[in-house]
Design a protein around this ligand. Structure first.
Ligand SMILES: [Fe+2]
Length: 197
């Protein structure tokens, strides 16, 4: 599975929700839709959990969708310490949702006949790997109501068809200054994992 839903037993992941409104107010600027925060923006209750599990926050991002930006382009994420991990397909994050909680996060696989070297998997200046919709087939989807560990090393997208803003606070961890994979991260958060139907 590309996701594990969590109940962290806390009500906030951000110290101050004003942070949700720090995106640049120009919809043509990509920083209107995703921008970086710092570990200092996280709520102390969340930081306590992170510390107890022996994790370090590598980076924190906000990804925003709404009526004007309904669907995130299909991509996979792969940066650690700001550096692209070229072929990493095991790249978990912890996502926490504010606003609309009816949006799908969707994962994809490449169709059989797609040749990556000629059409897709191009890296842009934000160090994303983008994919063309027509090259992909859906493999899994879920609605993250509050928090989940998600596999962002697999091509994925978010679809917000509501009339509300959805902000996803996306947190990348390291452990002992190294990359941490999905299985290890889920095991660490085992006490918080829940089954969502
Ligand atoms: Fe992503």
């Amino acid at each position: 599975m590309n996701y594990n839903h969590l109940n962290l037993g806390i009500s906030e992941v951000l110290a101050d929700k004003i942070t949700l409104h720090k995106g640049i107010k120009d919809p043509k600027n990509h920083q209107a839709w995703h921008w970086e925060l710092s570990a200092d923006d996280l709520h102390e209750d969340f930081v306590k959990i992170v510390d107890r599990l022996g994790l370090t926050v590598d980076s924190v991002w906000i990804f925003k969708t709404n009526h004007f930006n309904k669907k995130w382009p299909i991509h996979r994420d792969n940066r650690l310490h700001g550096v692209s991990l070229e072929n990493h397909t095991d790249y978990p994050k912890l996502n926490w949702i504010y606003g609309d909680n009816s949006s799908y996060m969707i994962w994809y696989a490449l169709k059989n006949n797609v040749k990556l070297s000629t059409r897709t998997d191009l890296q842009d200046d934000a160090s994303y790997f983008h994919y063309e919709d027509e090259d992909m087939v859906e493999i899994e989807r879920t609605i993250i109501k509050q928090a989940a560990i998600v596999q962002s090393g697999v091509p994925h997208s978010v679809l917000n068809t509501s009339d509300k803003n959805r902000w996803c606070v996306s947190i990348i961890f390291t452990k002992d200054n190294r990359h941490i994979g999905m299985e290890e991260l889920v095991n660490l958060f085992n006490d918080y994992c829940i089954i969502v139907h």
